[in-house]
Design a protein around this ligand. Structure first.
Ligand SMILES: [Zn+2]
Length: 288
């Protein structure tokens, strides 16, 4: 069962993030868990899948419908997805005639027979494509509750995360958020300060000291969601797509342009990892 979906990993190349097919599979899994059937009419995909790709995919100039048509037609090549009409790959207009996609029949049957299986497969899929700060948001967006216990099954295919790397990053950055300086402690231990990968762990980001930052929980989340990034001078950038109304929300703007100040001996993030994050994660253009 998990193997049927693990082939979706193989579509990555050159460090390019390709969450399109996994997001379609997740959308169908969510519908199957809710209704017993994985059917996704194109009219639904054109809205909901396009939204998921816009929210959780890399920034792109591809039109919304086109971005959804790509996985909607091409997931067939992975032998887990069928369309009820024979249409060409990638073309939007034939889909508008009323095409519906669903999981291949034997797969659908196995998933429908075990009510917890769709959730476990969804968990494995998000864990292999998104960092933990983002995975829960994706699950929620497709209708799963990430707090439910059977969704906690760790995927056997996911690379092991290193506890030692986390400790080394926090020590290197002195248990402080590299963006805002937050250094909260509870009973002598850093609290709400986390080790963040610059190039995602799920996207071949190494557990190296030049691929990590200590970030407070808020800035870690915003960094992984592409609201925050780094420029070539290692100054923090805020995406123009981010908005906030209250003064605490708008406080995020205050770190725009702030340079990282690692203490002596601490490695700054490597240029190539920073560039990967900018291309694959950061949303749109930075504030001026
Ligand atoms: Zn912070």
């Amino acid at each position: 069962m998990f193997a049927a979906f693990s082939s979706l990993r193989q579509h990555q190349r050159n460090g390019q993030r390709s969450p399109h097919k996994p997001l379609l599979a997740l959308l169908a899994l969510g519908r199957l868990a809710a209704t017993g059937r994985s059917d996704v009419p194109w009219s639904v995909a054109e809205e909901q899948l396009a939204d998921l790709i816009a929210e959780f995919g890399p920034a792109s100039n591809t039109g919304r419908a086109q971005s959804a048509a790509y996985p909607f037609t091409r997931l067939r090549a992975d032998h887990i997805w069928v369309l009820d009409r024979d249409v060409d790959d990638d073309k939007v207009s034939p889909l508008r005639a009323g095409v519906t996609g669903r999981f291949e029949a034997a797969l659908e049957q196995r998933l429908a027979a075990d009510p917890t299986l769709a959730g476990a497969v969804a968990r494995a899929l998000v864990d292999s494509h998104f960092p933990p700060t983002v995975a829960g948001d994706v699950l929620l967006a497709v209708g799963f509750d990430p707090e439910v216990s059977h969704l906690g099954v760790p995927s056997p295919t996911v690379r092991k995360r290193s506890a030692a790397w986390r400790t080394s990053i926090l020590r290197a950055w002195d248990d402080q958020c590299a963006f805002c300086g937050f250094d909260g402690r509870l009973a002598g231990m850093a609290v709400a300060v986390e080790a963040a990968h610059v190039r995602w762990f799920t996207e071949q980001g190494p557990d190296d000291l030049d691929n990590g930052l200590a970030l407070c929980s808020l800035h870690h989340k915003l960094f992984d969601r592409g609201v925050l990034g780094l420029d070539d001078d290692l100054a923090v950038t805020v995406s123009q797509r981010f908005s906030a109304r209250t003064s605490s929300g708008r406080a995020v703007y205050e770190i725009h342009g702030r340079r990282l100040t690692p203490r002596p001996g601490t490695q700054s993030p490597a240029v190539e990892h920073v560039a990967w994050h900018r291309r694959q994660v950061f949303q749109g253009s930075p504030l001026k």
